[in-house]
Ligand binder design. Structure first.
Ligand SMILES: [Fe+2]
Length: 422
């Protein structure tokens, strides 16, 4: 290879290194690259395993290749120590080490005399290079840390490595070390990211569980309120059914969350009554002004109960406003017409109808026709007239045969019928 070709090869290798995030894959690529471009009988790379403080062969190619992953060198191996240790003699360059350099050092008494241990160390390194059939070793450093060593065999054409080639390998080894370090950082970052994602998932699961528990509590509270309120079992299911039927009759969009919001509001609209004492809730006579104030507070209290649930924000608003009247004479704010959410206007009609036709402990429910007449009478005042009309159309289509038969209200749900007949 010419000088220009080496520079081009180096540029290409550097570009590849930036792209590769997996260190093992990167080193295998480098070994393949050297094998293809330089033609050696062996090219191998030793890589530092920091947690175990030792080096292992991660990639090897050529006729004399080394079995990777099987051979490991401890940090005190003479070859490793050679590159880690600072030499006393300035004549010893640690950018690379060739087998021929070792032989020259061993015959140079001036160098050997400068350090009593040098001869022994050189002989040990020579042994290691012979063992791995390496003619050149090139260390790769990053910020002073020895991250790997390229072990290069002999050129297939029998020639020696030129200074240009050695300098090319040295640059390649240092660039590769930097890329290895970056990819190790990347791996650590990925691991941390994964740990973080797992933690986030754990927390969100816990929050989900907490939310589910809270939902269960709230729905139990709502059921408890209706039981205490002397409505018969099944009231909530009935209110839900009638409310959804009315919304469908009005052509409202009930796709996805919108239906869930309506259903949740139909179930939970009176959950705030949990704070109203039985003496008021079950009172047969007219409520005093003070009692009435406590009773009216249930809309606000219900919204407060739902406040901690982020995804129940719209439900809480409907619960808060389910006693607003179409003519603006309701509570708590005196909103009127379309200022009141449509779901709240539907609940007002459905709940009133159901309360009128249901049997209570102190009175029998009124007939279907009387209840409808009362709704019509209050349309435009307490109730939205369009909701009343839609409700009547829907309820006639679905329920009237039953009412005509019994002249009283009978719930739709089979489970309720079974429950009451026992
Ligand atoms: Fe209410």
């Amino acid at each position: 290879m010419t000088s220009f070709e080496y520079q081009e090869a180096l540029k290409n290798a550097a570009r590849g290194m930036v792209r590769v995030k997996n260190p093992t894959r990167l080193l295998k690529m480098i070994v393949r690259f050297i094998d293809r471009e330089v033609e050696l009988d062996q090219t191998s790379i030793l890589i530092f395993d920091q947690p175990k403080n030792r080096y292992y062969f991660v990639a090897s190619k050529g006729n004399h290749r080394i079995p990777v992953n099987l051979i490991r060198l401890d940090a005190d191996n003479p070859l490793i120590q050679w590159f880690l240790r600072k030499e006393k003699s300035n004549s010893i360059n640690k950018d690379f080490l060739t087998y021929k350099q070792i032989l020259r050092f061993l015959n140079n008494w001036t160098i050997l005399d400068s350090d009593a241990s040098l001869q022994r160390r050189l002989e040990e390194v020579k042994e290691q290079m012979e063992l791995f059939k390496a003619s050149v070793c090139v260390p790769g450093f990053f910020k002073g840390e020895l991250l790997g060593i390229f072990l290069l065999g002999h050129k297939l054409d029998g020639s020696d490595f030129s200074i240009e080639e050695l300098s090319f390998f040295q640059t390649l080894a240092n660039d590769a070390s930097m890329a290895i370090k970056m990819s190790q950082y990347h791996e650590v970052l990925m691991c941390r990211n994964q740990e973080l994602e797992e933690k986030i998932h754990e927390v969100s699961q816990l929050r989900k569980k907490e939310r589910e528990t809270y939902y269960q509590i709230i729905f139990s509270l709502a059921r408890e309120v209706h039981t205490r309120d002397a409505y018969t079992y099944g009231h909530l299911e009935e209110v839900e059914k009638l409310g959804v039927m009315t919304a469908q009759e009005m052509g409202l969009d009930l796709s996805g969350r919108k239906r869930d919001i309506l259903v949740a509001a139909l179930h939970l609209h009176d959950v705030g009554k949990i704070g109203v004492p039985d003496s008021i809730l079950k009172k047969e006579d007219k409520l005093t002004e003070d009692e009435w104030l406590i009773m009216r507070d249930h809309a606000l209290r219900g919204a407060k109960i739902l406040e901690p649930l982020d995804d129940f924000e719209e439900v809480a608003k409907i619960v808060l406003l389910h006693h607003e009247n179409y003519d603006g004479l309701g509570y708590p704010y005196g909103l009127k017409g379309e200022e009141i959410p449509i779901e709240a206007r539907i609940i007002a009609v459905v709940d009133a109808f159901h309360a009128m036709v249901s049997n209570r402990c102190y009175r029998k429910g009124c007939s279907f026709d009387d209840a409808i007449r009362e709704l019509e009478r209050c349309a435009g005042k307490q109730f939205d007239p369009q909701v009343v009309q839609a409700f009547i159309r829907a309820v006639r289509k679905r329920l009237q045969p039953k009412y005509e038969e019994t002249r009283g209200y009978e719930p739709l749900l089979p489970s309720f019928e079974k429950e009451t007949s026992d």
